[in-house]
Design a protein around this ligand. Structure first.
Ligand code: FES
Length: 142
């Protein structure tokens, strides 16, 4: 895999879909080459990621200024739905991308299998079904 991917332009977007071990090898090879624009599609959640985090945090909704508390052990998506928001979602496993939400402030704890490493590092969006917060507060474009 690493040899096959050698020599790509650093700005090339690389895509891969298939079984988990192959996706892991693809990601490792791309990381070894330093390629920032890597996109994979999983059909099941990566078993190495926990989808619910420990520790409470608060989310501010930028369109209304409302605050939503996310208790320890609850997903951000469930907290938003219980607060009455109509957040688009489907898989609830961080693999489909339908719940992608823009992040305006704060540092998400990315646990999805959708975003590339460079997209995660930018912290501009997050999958609210599985991802959480590394601090105590997020501001989302909701
Ligand atoms: S609902 Fe599928 S990634 Fe969040």
């Amino acid at each position: 895999m690493k040899a096959m991917l050698a020599g790509q332009d650093a700005q090339t977007h690389l895509y891969c879909c298939g079984p988990g071990p192959m996706l892991n090898a693809f990601e490792a090879a791309c990381e070894a080459h330093g390629y920032p624009n890597v996109h994979i599609e999983r059909f099941a959640a990566d078993p190495s990621t926990e989808s619910v985090q420990e520790g409470e945090y608060v989310v501010q909704l930028s369109r209304t200024g409302s605050l939503v508390k996310v208790p320890s052990g609850k997903s951000l998506l469930d907290a938003l739905l219980e607060a009455g928001l109509d957040v688009e979602h489907s898989c609830r496993e961080g693999v489909c991308g339908s719940c992608e939400t823009a992040v305006l402030e704060g540092c998400p704890d990315h646990r999805d299998s959708v975003l590339s490493n460079s997209e995660r590092a930018s912290n501009k969006t997050m999958m609210v079904c599985v991802s959480g917060c590394k601090g105590s507060r997020l501001v989302l474009d909701l």
